[in-house]
Design a protein around this ligand. Structure first.
Ligand code: R5P
Length: 232
């Protein structure tokens, strides 16, 4: 099975957790896109759901495929969010934000009674940090925020390149109008401590550590689907 087929299988298995009437958070990224495609088929067959998208990109795909949408203003409490991840550990702590949607993804997941992560087995890690940690920052005071992030990381024994995310020669701008610093700190032994330290920096809008949010991970591998629950 190639990577795309695994993403489709994970999305298909997660779709079994969706029932008619649900208020659904809909994630962002290539795996979440496969979920949207399968969800659209169910909607066309008569399943009644209302979706809250985690990015403009996901919203556009849902509109294109006929998945009915709402907003968190209209629908502030959701039953379930299904989303991809860049890394998943045994506690179902995640790194997210490879596609730049981390802020809306975290808001939507936090407004949901349950979160299911869908991924292929390449995303499983023993310790978070192989994938650079996306940190969404305000444009104002970028250099000062960067310095503060470096200091916060150093206080936890972490260091490494902090790279302003670029696209087409220009800084990448999130749906919220912010910038992203990708932090290649390597292994993050205490993700909670790093999360707290980053949240204490005023210029940091949000970061891609999703801790205690995922309830179930549906992981597709060459030998089939397995589900993981948090070891915590
Ligand atoms: O900002 C993007 C999201 O956090 C994605 O869910 C994450 O990057 C995983 O994306 P993909 O399924 O394409 O690997």
């Amino acid at each position: 099975m190639d990577a795309k087929a695994m993403k489709i299988e994970a999305a298909r298995a997660a779709l079994e957790h969706v029932t008619s009437g649900m208020r659904l958070g809909i994630g962002t990224g290539s795996t979440a896109e496969e979920f949207v495609r399968l969800l659209a088929v169910k909607v066309a067959e008569g399943m009644k759901i209302i979706g809250v998208p985690t990015s403009e990109r996901t919203a556009a795909l849902c509109v294109q495929l006929g998945v009915p949408l709402s907003t968190l203003e209209e629908t502030p409490e959701l039953d379930l969010t299904i989303d991809g991840a860049d890394e998943v550990d045994a506690d179902l702590s995640l790194i997210k934000g490879g596609g730049g949607a981390l802020l809306r993804e975290k808001i939507v997941a936090s407004a949901s009674a349950k979160m299911i992560v869908i991924a292929d087995e390449s995303k499983i890690v023993d310790t978070l940090g192989r994938f650079p940690l996306p940190i969404e920052v305000n444009r104002f005071g970028l250099k000062a925020t960067e310095t503060a992030v470096r200091k916060a990381a150093a206080s936890l024994g972490l260091s490494g390149p902090l790279t302003l995310r670029m696209t087409g020669g220009e800084p990448f701008v999130t749906d919220g109008g912010h910038l992203i610093l990708d932090a290649s700190f390597g292994r993050i032994p205490d993700a909670r401590a790093l999360s707290d330290a980053l949240h204490a920096i005023p210029g940091v809008v949000e970061h891609g550590l999703f801790l205690g949010l995922a309830d179930l991970a549906v992981i597709a591998g060459s030998t089939g689907i397995r589900t993981l629950v948090p070891a915590r």
